[in-house]
Design a protein around this ligand. Structure first.
Ligand code: FAD
Length: 499
C-alpha cells in the first residue's frame, strides 16, 4: 500500500472567535486520525468585539449539533431580525435591512416591481411594510419563523447578537470535549522548512508544536500568514476610509430591540447591539477625519445606559490578504483581512472560510491548485461583501462633514457601479449566483438611501396580478402575525434566559 499522505496534525494559532470556530468545526468534521491543537495567549487576549451576526450562523451551529437555547443562555445572546440604519442617506433618514424577504414569492415578478408600479400611481406605502422581519422588529417582538410557506411567518429569518468572548469559550468547551488540545502560551518563533512551509511553532517557554497544516487565527497581526510567509495585503482604505473603532458596553435600557442599530455620525457610524445583560456600542470612524478623543467623547455622549467599562480603542486597515492560503498555512478571521462590521460579516467570513477549507481539504502534498481555488473563491467573497458595504457610503446625499463629502464623491469598483446603474434604471438587482447578500439586502439599502428606480419590470404589466389587493392583504396579515408574537424579552425569558 502506498504511504498515506493524509494530514495527521493541525495546529490552530489563536483562540479568538476564529480559532475556536475553526477548532470546533474541525473536531466535528475530522472524527479520527487527525490531532488538533490550539495555541492561544492569555497575555495577548482577543479582540472580543464581534457581537452581531447574520442568518447563516444558524447553519454553523446546527452543523456542530449545538442546541440553540443552550448556546443563547451561555452567550447572553439575543435575536437579530436585521439592522436599522439611521441618518445614512441623509440626516433624518431611517430604514431597515431585514432578514428574510419582502413579501412572499407569489409571482414570477418579484414584489418590489409591483410595489414600484403602485408607487408611481400614488401609493406611498414603504416597501418595508411588506417585511415580516421589520413588522416584528419595530414592535420589539420575536418568534421563530415557520417552515410552512403558506404563512407570512415563513418569510422572515433571523440571526443572533451574542457576547463574542463567551461564544469562543462555548466553542472551546465543545472542541476540548471532542479532543482538541489547548496550549496556553505565546508563539515566539515560527520554523520553516527549505520550501518555506511552516514546520513548527515554538512557544516562549520552549514548547514546540509541529503540524502538517497550520490555521492562522492570530488576529490582525497574521503571525504566520504575514509574519512568516509575507503573503501581502490589498488595502481598501480608499473605498472604506474608516480605520478605527472605540467600543464600550453600557447598561441595558428598556429598548431591548431584536435588531442592531447603526447610526451614521460625523466621521463614521455607531453600532448598538442589545444583549441580555448589557448593550454593546462602538463608534467606527476614519482617523483622517476625526480625532480619537473626539470619537470616544461622541460615543460616550450617545449611550442609552451607564458605561460599564473603560472604552476600548482598536485600529485596523480594511482589506484582505493577497493569499489567504499560502503553502501549508490558511488564515481565518482577522488574520485573513478585515471589513468594518457594518453588515456584521466577519464571523460569517470565518464560517465560510472553514466550510471552504473542509470542501478543499488538502493532503500533505499541498497541491497548489487547491490553494489557488481557495484563494480565488475567498477573494471573490471578500470583494462582494466589500462592495455591499461601500454602497452604504456611496449612496448618500449627505454633504455636512468631510467624510460624507469624500465618500459621496469617491470612485467605486466597476462591478458596484454596474449594480447601481442597473437598479437605478430598471429596478433589477444584478448578482452572481452564490452571492452572500441577495435581492432583499440590496433592495433595502438602495431604496432606503433614496435610489428610486426610473422603471419597474415590464413583465409586471403582462401579468394578471391584482397587485393593490395583494399588497394590502399582505400588509394586513403581516401586521396580524407580528401582533401575535411574544415580545423579544418574553421570548428569551421563556426559552433561553441567561443565569
Ligand atoms: P482575535 O480575537 O484577535 O484573536 C487572536 C488570537 O490569537 C488570540 O487568542 C490571541 O491570544 C492569539 N495570538 C495572537 N498572537 C499570538 C501569539 N504570538 N502567540 C499565541 N497566541 C497569539 N464581527 C462580526 O461578525 N460581527 C460584529 O459585530 C463585529 N464587530 C466588530 C467590531 C470591531 C470594532 C472589530 C475590530 C471587529 C468586529 N468584528 C465583528 C470582527 C470580529 O471581532 C472578529 O472577526 C472575530 O472576533 C475574530 O477575531 P479573531 O479570532 O480573528 O482574532
Amino acid at each position: 500500500m502506498p504511504e498515506s499522505r493524509n494530514i495527521r496534525r493541525v495546529a490552530v494559532i489563536g483562540g479568538g472567535t476564529a480559532g475556536w470556530m475553526a477548532a470546533a468545526a474541525l473536531a466535528n468534521a475530522l472524527q479520527h486520525g487527525v490531532a488538533i491543537e490550539l495555541i492561544e495567549s492569555d497575555d495577548i487576549g482577543t479582540v472580543g468585539v464581534g457581537e452581531a451576526t447574520i442568518p447563516p450562523i444558524k447553519l454553523f451551529n446546527a452543523q456542530l449539533g449545538i442546541d440553540e437555547n443552550d448556546f443563547l443562555k451561555c452567550t447572553y445572546g439575543s435575536f437579530k431580525l436585521g439592522i436599522e440604519f439611521v441618518d445614512w442617506g441623509w440626516t433624518g433618514n431611517r430604514y431597515f435591512h431585514p432578514f428574510g424577504t419582502f413579501g412572499a414569492d407569489f409571482d414570477a415578478v418579484t414584489l418590489h416591481h409591483y410595489w414600484l408600479r403602485e408607487r408611481q400611481r400614488g401609493d406611498t406605502t414603504p416597501l418595508s411594510d411588506y417585511s415580516m422581519a421589520w413588522a416584528a422588529a419595530r414592535a420589539n417582538r420575536f418568534d421563530k419563523p415557520t417552515s410552512d410557506r403558506r404563512l407570512v411567518q415563513s418569510t422572515m429569518d433571523y440571526a443572533y447578537h451574542f457576547d463574542a468572548s463567551r461564544y469562543a469559550l462555548y466553542l472551546r468547551g465543545y472542541g476540548e470535549k471532542r479532543g482538541v488540545t489547548r496550549h496556553e502560551g505565546k508563539v515566539a518563533t515560527v520554523e520553516q522548512d527549505a520550501r518555506g512551509f511552516v514546520s513548527a511553532v515554538q512557544l516562549e517557554d520552549g514548547r514546540r508544536i509541529e503540524a502538517d497544516l497550520f490555521i492562522d487565527c492570530s488576529g490582525f497581526r497574521g503571525l504566520l500568514i504575514q509574519g512568516a510567509l509575507d503573503s501581502g495585503y490589498d488595502d481598501w482604505t480608499h473605498w472604506l476610509p474608516c480605520d478605527r473603532a472605540v467600543a464600550v458596553p453600557c447598561a441595558s435600557s428598556d429598548d431591548f430591540t431584536p435588531y442592531t442599530r447603526s447610526t451614521a455620525r460625523d466621521a463614521g457610524w455607531q453600532w448598538r447591539i442589545p444583549l441580555q445583560h448589557r448593550t454593546g456600542n462602538g463608534y467606527v470612524y476614519a482617523s483622517s477625519f476625526l480625532d480619537d478623543d473626539v470619537a470616544q467623547a461622541t460615543l460616550l455622549a450617545n449611550l442609552d445606559g451607564e458605561a460599564l467599562a473603560e472604552p476600548r480603542r482598536l485600529a485596523f486597515t480594511t482589506g484582505r490578504r493577497k493569499q489567504f492560503w499560502n503553502r501549508n498555512v490558511v488564515a481565518l478571521g482577522l488574520a485573513s483581512g478585515f471589513l468594518e462590521p457594518l453588515e456584521s460579516t466577519s464571523i460569517h467570513l470565518i464560517q465560510s472560510g472553514i466550510n471552504r477549507l473542509l470542501a478543499l481539504w488538502p493532503d500533505r502534498d499541498f497541491d497548489p491548485l487547491v490553494a489557488a481555488e481557495y484563494n480565488k473563491l475567498t477573494a471573490r467573497e471578500f470583494e462582494r461583501v466589500r462592495d455591499f458595504i461601500i454602497l452604504h457610503y456611496k449612496a448618500t446625499t449627505r454633504a455636512d462633514t468631510p467624510l460624507w463629502r469624500h465618500v459621496a464623491a469617491m470612485d467605486i469598483p466597476d462591478e458596484l457601479a454596474n449594480k447601481i446603474a442597473h437598479f437605478a434604471a430598471h429596478a433589477r438587482v444584478v448578482a452572481d449566483p452564490g452571492e452572500l447578500f441577495v435581492n432583499v439586502s440590496w433592495l433595502a439599502v438602495f431604496l432606503g438611501q433614496g435610489i428610486i428606480p426610473a422603471r419597474y419590470d415590464p413583465l409586471a404589466d403582462a401579468r394578471n396580478v391584482d397587485a393593490p389587493r395583494l399588497l394590502s392583504g399582505l400588509k394586513r396579515v403581516i401586521g396580524e402575525a407580528a401582533d401575535a408574537m411574544p415580545t423579544h424579552r418574553d421570548y428569551i425569558a421563556r426559552h433561553c434566559s441567561s443565569p
